[in-house]
Design a protein around this ligand. Structure first.
Ligand SMILES: C[S@@+](CC[C@H](N)C(=O)[O-])C[C@H]1O[C@@H](n2cnc3c(N)ncnc32)[C@H](O)[C@@H]1O
Length: 385
């Protein structure tokens, strides 16, 4: 069976898994350079809508594959890292499949455990399982919002140091409940206040709500000065031009934001291709007519397209006429604030540099793809007109 066949009819899950896989790989390879143990916790693991008895096409199998791959790569670099994976599942039948699968596999250097129960009742148990010291990544991918992604529910996990989180914010689902009276208390628990979206267009409302949720997560009382940073990427419906969910990422490390946005950019390229192919398949199924040409990657709608002039203005606002050092922390701030990709910022800086409006004082040669090396603490400056 081809990998894509496991996602037939739920192509958006394939996109989510692409992001999870590519980010986890980057993360484990970085953390594994200096940690002896890494914990991975899938708080709503499934299996769910799986089509294969070996659970292919599920986050369970995918995460374990990434752990095996990174374990091997890290060993080659001389780092012996032990992975611990915990899977939490409420549904008895799904748990049975999960437990049977985990008992069947033996993975060198990776220990696995499954718990049957409700996430919110198991939060203390999950935190004890992690222990106080090891790095932990929490994948929070429920079906709804009640007792799952609400800020008071997540707070104990979010207060844990040395942790990162990927949360599925089911926008499509939530948007439909937003103004319904029975859900107003839930909305307050998610957004820390009742959202007021009156007068907003659907796009403005979506932007406002995702920002509100991120701000609400970041506002939890911190145990020390390490503030939470966040970024997100949108997974679209496989055929309709609307958001299915946003994957919200949280970290305390600037490099985390940079790597997550890098993985998100790759995901968007794949998403465009998968959506185009899915739409083409649906057309063929509906009409019975084969099409002459392969599907071409979907282009974003004009509403979503990034205006490079806006990115250039943003740069000009950030720069001053005296040299300023730019480093990973600045890049993370910019990505976090705008949700653009690094390539957008690089392109805009290049255009401004070609127009003689900015200069990188530490770039000896022209670097068309990457005019700014944020990891090298380069000095950037706006040029007086
Ligand atoms: C969206 S599915 C998970 C999909 C999986 N993460 C993946 O990507 O393959 C959500 C899962 O969470 C389980 N679930 C729902 N509510 C739960 C709860 N309160 N605690 C634990 N598991 C729950 C469901 O039974 C379902 O299997």
């Amino acid at each position: 069976m081809k990998e894509s066949e496991h996602y037939k009819g739920r192509e958006h899950s394939g996109i989510k898994h692409f992001l999870l896989e590519s980010y986890l790989e980057r993360l484990f390879m970085i953390i594994g350079q200096y940690e002896r143990r890494i914990c991975y916790i899938d708080c709503f693991s499934g299996p769910w809508k799986e089509t294969d008895k070996n659970l292919a096409g599920t986050s369970i199998v995918l995460s374990l594959k990434v752990m095996q791959k990174c374990r091997d790569s890290l060993r080659k670099l001389g780092n012996s890292v032990g992975f611990r994976a915990l899977f939490v599942e409420k549904d008895k039948q799904a748990y049975k499949k999960l437990d049977t699968y985990l008992k069947k596999i033996q993975l060198d250097g990776i220990t696995t455990e499954a718990i049957n129960g409700e996430f919110h009742s198991l939060r203390s148990e999950i935190l004890s399982w992690c222990g106080p010291r090891d790095f932990a990544f929490f994948f929070i991918d429920p079906k709804g919002w009640k007792n799952t992604i609400e800020v008071p529910i997540l707070t104990p996990l979010l207060q844990r140091q040395r942790s990162e989180y990927l949360i599925n914010f089911m926008y499509d689902f939530l948007n439909r409940a937003l103004i319904q009276e029975p859900f107003q208390e839930d909305m307050k628990a998610i957004f820390s206040k009742a959202p007021d979206t009156s007068g907003m267009s659907p796009k403005e409302r979506e932007k406002h709500l995702i920002q509100l949720y991120r701000d609400s997560l970041k506002s939890i009382p911190a145990k020390n000065n390490d503030r939470l940073r966040s970024a997100y990427v949108s997974v679209l419906d496989s055929v309709k031009d609307r958001t299915k969910y946003h994957l919200v990422y949280l970290t305390r490390h600037p490099l985390g934001i940079v790597k997550f946005m890098d993985a998100s950019e790759k995901m968007e390229i794949v998403q465009k291709q998968v959506r185009a192919e899915t739409k083409q398949k649906r057309r063929i199924e509906a009409t019975g007519q084969k099409e002459l040409f392969p599907a071409e990657a979907d282009t974003v709608t004009s509403e979503d397209a990034i205006d490079i002039e806006v990115v250039k203005d943003y740069w000009l606002d950030r720069l001053s006429e005296s040299p300023q050092i730019f480093q990973a922390e600045d890049l993370a701030d910019m990505l976090e604030e705008t949700n653009w990709f690094e390539s957008d910022l690089q392109q805009a800086f290049k255009d401004l540099s070609d127009e003689g409006k900015v200069i990188n004082l530490d770039a000896r040669n022209k670097r068309p793809m990457k005019p700014v090396h944020f990891d090298k603490r380069e000095r950037l400056q706006r040029i007086q007109p």
